[in-house]
Design a protein around this ligand. Structure first.
Ligand code: UN1
Length: 506
């Protein structure tokens, strides 16, 4: 084991060109887990050159042969699930069942992508002219640059890379700087699987390295999952580069709607899961609970009771519900939003921003702890705290009166549109919500987290402009060709277009 982990470029482990290193730290203890060489522009340049050089042989191999490498990784992810779950939990602070679910989601995605290699590709399309065969075919785009977040450090890289590779693209990947250890293990899996040199490349580093991927014209598609600020920058830069494509998946200010016809057991359970799982650090986490006046008081009392007592603590313990936040800067951001909510005049119901020393487990004093912060606010007030994404356990209760149309109006009053849920026993309300809520992932009588990989995953409005995940990623990493073949010696045109060539002699 080297003292300092390296980059994986063109099938070789290398320190890279830079002299700086950085550490991966456990957010629950502050301890250093491992040290990594910090990738530079020159390292991205080399990785892209390697990916570019490997592209032609890789695209000439079959889907089924390419998938074989992924099947090896699938088995390794399955065999090492518990070990990797612990690494995920140590590196990003999610409690251990979430660490495990991250690895399971990863191998589900790999299974989906590798299995898809044997499914039909493209379509046979009818032609107006019986003698013509028309098809829609797909080709790989070439080199795909992947920039992934820390909150799903194993699953999301495979959302990006599994399909991209099976479809015949080569990859340069920059994992989040907070979770390089997960990145290291994934790169070792690609090496163990014997993937050809240059087909998969890893550069560990920060935003400056990611920006090189976005700017370089050897990259055909950028897949980005992360914050809205960075995602918008990525999309804007890529839009200026003809022929290049960006698929960006970003955050949300997601909501759970609880109507007057809700089963309140289901409502409270779903709201707690949606708001506090992953300590509110999923892009699909809910920071707004839109609750009808008829059930508001009871819902509020029951939700507050759980928020007061939900177990925050050592993420490696099976008894923990919420682990720490990812890093000190993020803890500061959550604290600032909690303060801002007070300044904006909301009515605070639960404030566990600073956990009492007794709640912090021994040996975890340097963790980035925060508990739930719950308040009630007026849905019509243009407050920053109820409209901006915090990415933490910061939850607004918004009471409404009137019908489901009103609830959906409040739901849609945000620039985002990723995930959401409705809790109701009335199918008309559920169907109204399904058809009118502006979002990409919608749930009825469920939490708004926990999507399965075989569903499309993506948002609308500020939450995303593409599908860097699950099955829809195929659109981002392939080009379509409309291919028409004439089986006759005569040229006949569709749309009644004349195929006669007329000359001056006619
Ligand atoms: C994220 O929220 O950052 O739907 C990804 C879910 C997970 C993926 C979440 N499958 O909750």
């Amino acid at each position: 084991m080297p003292d300092t982990y390296q980059q994986y470029i063109g099938g070789e482990w290398t320190d890279g060109e830079g002299s700086e290193t950085f550490a991966s730290r456990n957010p629950a203890t502050g301890e250093t887990l491992a040290t990594f060489h910090r990738g530079t522009a020159a390292d991205i340049d080399r990785a892209l050159a390697a990916a570019d050089a490997a592209a032609s042989d890789w695209r000439d191999s079959s889907h089924i042969d390419r998938a074989e490498y992924l099947w090896d990784i699938y088995h390794e992810l399955r065999d090492r699930t518990d070990e990797l779950a612990e690494v995920v939990t140590k590196e990003c602070g999610k409690e251990i069942s979430e660490g495990r679910a991250d690895v399971i989601e990863a191998y589900h995605m790999v299974e989906w992508a590798a299995g898809d290699a044997r499914h039909p590709k493209g379509d046979v399309v009818p032609s107006e002219i019986p003698e013509k065969d028309a098809y829609m075919r797909r080709k790989p785009r070439g080199v795909v640059g992947c920039i992934t977040p820390w909150n799903f450090p194993v699953a999301i890289p495979f959302w990006h890379m599994a399909v991209a590779l099976v479809e015949g693209n080569t990859v340069v990947w920059k994992p989040a700087e907070q979770t390089p250890w997960c990145g290291q293990i994934i790169a070792e899996m690609f090496e163990d699987a014997g993937i050809p040199d240059g087909v998969f490349n890893l550069v560990q580093g920060f935003g400056d390295a990611g920006a090189e991927i976005v700017d370089d014209d050897r990259v055909d598609t950028v897949l980005f999952t992360g914050s809205a600020e960075v995602g918008q920058e990525v999309a804007a830069k890529v839009a200026q580069q003809p022929g290049k494509l960006a698929a960006c998946e970003m955050g949300g200010k997601n909501a759970v709607v609880v109507t007057e016809h809700a089963d309140l057991d289901v409502a409270v359970h779903s709201a707690v899961m949606s708001s506090f799982k992953t300590t509110g650090q999923r892009c699909v986490s809910s920071e707004r609970l839109i609750v009808h006046e008829d059930v508001y008081d009871e819902f509020k009392q029951r939700f507050v009771e759980v928020a007061e007592s939900v177990a925050v603590g050592d993420p490696l313990s099976e008894d923990t519900f919420m682990g720490p936040l990812i890093e000190p800067e993020h803890r500061e951001k959550v604290r600032r939003y909690n303060d801002l909510a007070r300044e904006e005049g909301v009515n605070v119901l639960v404030d566990r921003t600073d956990l009492p020393a007794g709640e912090i487990p021994d040996g975890h004093e340097d963790g980035h702890w925060v508990g739930p912060f719950v308040y009630e606010a007026d849905a019509d007030d243009p407050l920053r705290c109820t409209h901006e994404e915090v990415f933490g356990p910061h939850v607004a209760l918004l009471e409404y009166s009137g019908d489901i149309e009103r609830a959906v109006e409040i739901h849609n009053d945000t620039p985002y549109g990723l995930a959401g849920a409705i809790i109701s026993e009335d199918y008309r309300q559920i169907n109204y919500y399904r058809d009118n809520a502006e979002l990409g992932l919608a749930y009825g009588n469920l939490p708004c987290i926990g999507a399965e990989v075989q569903l499309p995953f993506g948002g609308v409005k500020k939450s995303g402009n593409g599908y860097p995940s699950a099955r829809e990623v195929i659109e981002a990493v392939t080009e379509r060709t409309a291919w028409t073949l004439n089986n006759s010696k005569d040229i006949q045109m569709a749309q009644g277009l004349s195929a006669d060539i007329k000359t001056g002699d006619d």
